[in-house]
Design a protein around this ligand. Structure first.
Ligand SMILES: [Zn+2]
Length: 228
């Protein structure tokens, strides 16, 4: 995607590319890092993004230096550029252990990274430090900084707004309530996996038609909430 992104950036500015923020380490959100560094960008990300990108990769290889963040942060940082301040803030153990949201204070735009899948069940990467409760807290944090006019760029799905984002939160909380109840009643993983009534309301609204279907989301909630 990096060539396409660079072309899109050039269509509204000929100024050099200076900064790139990774919202988390997953390849579909950081795979262009090397190309972006070569195009002049300084990469910024949460500490854990750097840790994960500089570790040995699944195929046994290591990422080149150009693919790694140069500036990292633990909690939050502000970037003042193009006459506006961009607030970059970490949300703990949400989609992964290194998520950041970006709020463009003047443009009134929020980029959520993968802490928001518009109209779909989200992927919560439990093996990379993601948790259901952290994910829900991340959405609440995002909602706190925005207003009715904010344009929201989700990690996946169409451009969004506060109303859709609130509906997404309601879905997450409903699933948490339903599946926590099953856990409290001693239900097994297979029972929760098979029980479509737990997600039916949102299945019917099409939330299970993306990368994560209704069975996968019930399993994710079960596994994560059982640990928390
Ligand atoms: Zn992701």
């Amino acid at each position: 995607m990096s060539k396409k992104i660079l072309t899109a950036i050039k269509s509204f500015s000929n100024k050099p590319l200076r900064f790139l923020v990774n919202t988390h380490y997953h390849g579909d959100h950081s795979g262009g890092n090397e190309n972006m560094t070569k195009a002049g960008a300084t990469i910024i990300a949460h500490d854990n993004v750097k840790k994960r990108l500089e570790a040995k990769q699944r195929d046994g290889s290591f990422n080149p230096k150009e693919a790694l963040p140069v500036i990292t942060f633990n909690d939050k940082l502000n970037i003042t550029i193009n006459d506006e301040t961009i607030a970059v803030f970490h949300v703990a153990n949400a989609h992964t252990d290194g998520d950041a949201l970006l709020y463009f204070t003047k443009s009134n735009v929020l980029h959520t990274g993968d802490t928001y899948f518009n109209g779909r069940y989200p992927y919560i990467d439990i093996n990379s430090g993601g948790t259901v409760n952290g994910y829900i807290e991340a959405v609440k944090r995002g909602l706190m900084v925005i207003d009715e006019d904010t344009q929201i760029i989700p990690g996946h799905g169409k451009l969004s707004n506060k109303e859709d984002y609130k509906r997404f939160l309601k879905m997450l909380e409903a699933l948490r309530t339903n599946i926590q109840k099953e856990i409290d009643e001693g239900k097994t993983e297979d029972e929760v996996k098979a029980n479509t009534s737990l997600t039916k309301t949102y299945d019917d609204l099409g939330f299970g038609t993306g990368f994560i279907n209704s069975e996968k989301i019930r399993l994710t909630f079960y596994k994560s909430l059982r640990e928390e």
